[in-house]
Design a binder for this molecule. Sequence first.
Ligand code: DC
Length: 226
Amino acid sequence: MSNYISVAIDGPSGAGKSTIARAIAEKLGYIYVDTGAIYRTVGLAAQHAGIGSKDAAAVVALLPELCIDIAYDSEGVQRMLLNGRDVSAEIRTPTSSIYASDVSAIPEVRAFLMDMQRNLAISHDVIMDGRDIGTVVLPNADVKIFMTATAEVRAQRRFLELRQKGMETPYEEILRDIQYRDSQDSTRAAAPLKPAEDAVHLDTSELGFDACVDAVAKLIAERTGR
Ligand code: DC
């Protein structure tokens, strides 16, 4: 048992997990771990190696060559390093989203990344977001939240986020990608996206940012007394 507090936030992409978790981490002095970024980094490595994202044998063969690290910059923002190189921006393209979803369905990839995720929670108060944090990675988390929003709301949010970064991707394409990933992430055999039995459900479709942060902070205070 660790003396540190762990908060698990799971849910489909675009539900608001990372934005809310980052704000909570800042408010409470926890570290924020975006586990999707770790899967995205494996996906990017496969992409760079010219491996098809569904070629499980080739992806698994690549794993021993990968050195994946999480670092935090001076503002506490998580950076992903692949073989020593910062790939935090490169892992955010629509192609890398599909790659991440595909490689994350491979059980060996999930096993390869397990210790890295668990070790972070052993040594810090942590708020970690992903798909299987409350069910598999941190089954004893102090607080578990399953965050959702409709696919259309999530696609619209992603559209605006990408536009802000100067990437013009058609809304319909983003919605299709989200529906593809929702379906694949929740129907795969290895650690599918599903709420932990003891997770609190939070639908953010019609909740503003402040209301979401307040709801999560209140829950953490109730459960941990802090
Ligand atoms: O959270 P995200 O959209 O950046 O995640 C990218 C992909 O990684 C997502 O399609 C599913 C996968 N993923 C996962 O399988 N398990 C996690 N804990 C986090 C992400």
